[in-house]
Structure formats: C-alpha cells, structure tokens
Write a protein that binds this ligand. Structure first.
Ligand code: HEM
Length: 314
C-alpha cells in the first residue's frame, strides 16, 4: 500500500460530457460501406471525425462511464476498490441478464439454448470470482485509510447482487426491503423477489417431463426461501442414472451444480478477504461483519443437486 497521495491522471474533461444516460444516436455500416472506407483510408484506421465525439465513444457512452469514478479520500487504495466495485456491478448485471434469459428458455422448454446460455453465466461467475484477486491487493491498512468515507455503504445494499441472488433462488424479504425507498429500483427488486427463480422453473420443467415433483415445489409463494424436497432429489437421482451427454436434463443439472459451486467460491473468497481486511470488526452496513457473512458461505442454491451425490453408489 503506497503511502503517497495518488495522482489521478485526467483522461476526460467532465464539463464536455453529455451526461444523459440515453443511448446516443449512431449510424450503421455494412460490409459494402466498410470495404469502401478501407479503400478510402488505404487500409489504415480512420482518424478524421467531424463531430465532437466518435462512434466508439458514443456506442457505449465511454466518456460518461469514465467520469463516474469518484474516490472520496486521498488514500491510494481507494481508486482500485472503487473501480473494482463498479466492475463487479457490471458483471452482476451481465450474469443476471444471462440467467434471466436462461430462465425464460427453460420456461419455454428450449433446453439446448438454455444450456448454451448457462455456460456463459458460469464463465461470468468465474470472472467475478477471479476479480477478488485484484480486490485482495487492498491491504488492511490501505482500506482503513478510506473506510470512514464509505459512510454506511455496503455491498449488501447492491440491488444488482440481490437480483442475482433472487433469480438463482436465494430469496430474502428483509434484505430486499432495503431498497423500498428507491422508487426507480424497488419495483424491479420486488418483482424479482416475487417471481419464480431459475431453479423453480427447472423444477417445473422436470414436472413437465414426467418426473413426480411435490406440488408444493411447483406452486408456492415465490418470495419464500426454497426448501429442499425429497421428490426433487429423487428426480435428479433418476436423471443422473442416465449420465449421458445426450441427456439434456443431466447436462442441465451439471451446469447448475457448477454454477452453484462457482458462486460458493465467490462468496467464500469475499468472506476470507473481509476477514483479512477488517478482522472481526462490524461491517459498514450494520452487520457484525465476518460473523454475519459466515452464514452465506454454507448456502447452496440447488440443494438437491448436492444431496443427491450422497446416494450415488460406486
Ligand atoms: C475491502 C473490501 C471489502 C470489505 C472489507 C467488505 C466487507 C463486507 C462486509 C463486512 C459485509 C457484510 C455487510 C456489512 O457491511 O455489514 C459485506 C457484504 C457484501 N459485500 Fe463486501 N466487502 C469488500 C468488498 C466488496 C466488493 C468489491 C464487492 C463487490 C461489489 C462486495 C460485495 C458485497 C456484497 C454483495 C455483500 C452482501 C453479501 C450477501 O448478501 O450475501 N464487497 N462486505
């Protein structure tokens, strides 16, 4: 942890940025127009743009994005912490997008497409876990230099993480309600809390495919935490009995358990990192800190996919 005051290089003047969060108008190119442009430029990238922006900046509002990093202190480690927090929020959004669409496809019985998407979700989750390597370079002393500036900000208030948890099936009314006062966020959190998770839809798929799933697993108050069912474990037991790559349900079970595994690693890395950085101090969000986080490390979204392994014989 360097002790000097960080230099923050200027890369964009915020005064010139269009701060609207709307998509900026853009043109389109085609194979033909791109070939013509390459002819005009002699095959080197174009560098003359008449407007005060360029299409790369406009496509993703890059100049706006790069003005949203506001460390609140002079502490060297804060910029790293700040940007990694934003990076993780984007990855949560990306993961949630994939899981949302995988759930839709499962609901529509389009298993092959759902599997394709679930594999991408798994890769994003690995990326999220690996991102802890960077956050772990923040030392305990480095973190202490800016911790007071966080006020009561805490990752547990991440509505994007809550969306990930809810679509995977870890429902929690209390943590959801922390967003009740944010009118542009709450309706979506509430809807997510009250909707079937990806796993709920998987269980309905199993029922449609002829497995005898207990009715209380198929129709319930979706905002309640899922409780493991014997009938679901039995269904996975039968599916694993035909452990062939041609069995889409077997492949689905395997990708789900891999996803659960990876999310467990994600939570475990966070838990260990927090212990290393703040020891046994309370969190900024009002919890006891690591003692509160410890319960998250045991959690599994798809419990029967774990318990069924106990029944598999050699
Ligand atoms: C110096 C690094 C970090 C420390 C010391 C830390 C500490 C904590 C603590 C103590 C909690 C428990 C709640 C509370 O604040 O009272 C928590 C929860 C949480 N943190 Fe962190 N955190 C760190 C980095 C991050 C980063 C970079 C993210 C990513 C956005 C993150 C995401 C979360 C989430 C999502 C929760 C809620 C967990 C759950 O509901 O299962 N944390 N963190």
């Amino acid at each position: 942890m360097p002790t000097f005051k960080p230099q923050i290089p200027m890369v964009v003047d915020p005064a010139g940025v269009d701060a609207s969060n709307a998509a900026r108008p853009m043109g389109r190119t085609t194979d033909t127009s791109r070939a013509e442009m390459a002819d005009e430029t002699g095959g080197v990238p174009r560098i003359d743009f008449s407007d005060i922006s360029n299409p790369y900046i406009d496509y993703q509002s890059i100049d706006l994005l790069l003005t949203l990093q506001h460390p609140r202190s002079d502490a060297y480690d804060e910029m790293c912490f700040f940007i990694m927090g934003q990076v993780k929020e984007l990855l949560f959004k990306s993961l949630h997008f994939e899981l949302h669409n995988a759930r839709h496809l499962v609901r529509e019985d389009q298993l092959d497409d759902a599997l394709f998407i679930a594999d991408r979700a798994l890769q994003i989750t690995k990326f999220l876990t690996n991102a802890w390597d960077v956050v772990a370079t923040v030392s305990a002393e480095g973190f202490n230099q800016f911790r007071n500036h966080l006020d009561e900000a805490s990752g547990q208030l991440s509505f994007m993480f809550r969306h990930v948890e809810f679509i995977l099936g870890n429902k929690d009314r209390r943590l959801a309600s922390a967003h009740r006062n944010v009118p542009h966020v709450w309706p979506y959190v509430e809807e997510a809390l009250e909707s079937p998770s990806l796993y709920d839809e998987v269980l309905r798929l199993l029922a449609r495919q002829g497995f005898e799933i207990a009715p209380e697993a198929l129709e319930r108050d979706w905002a309640d935490q899922y409780v493991a069912h014997e009938s679901v474990e039995q269904a996975w037991f039968e599916i694993i009995g035909d452990a062939s790559t041609g069995n889409g349900l077997y492949r689905l079970g395997e990708v789900l358990v891999a996803l659960d595994d990876q999310m467990a690693q994600y939570r475990w890395r966070h838990f260990v990192l927090v212990s290393r950085i703040i020891g046994y101090k309370p969190g900024t969000g009002g919890s006891a800190g690591v003692e509160w986080l410890r319960h998250t490390t045991d959690f599994r979204y798809f419990p029967e996919l774990w318990s069924v392994r106990t029944r598999l014989e050699t």
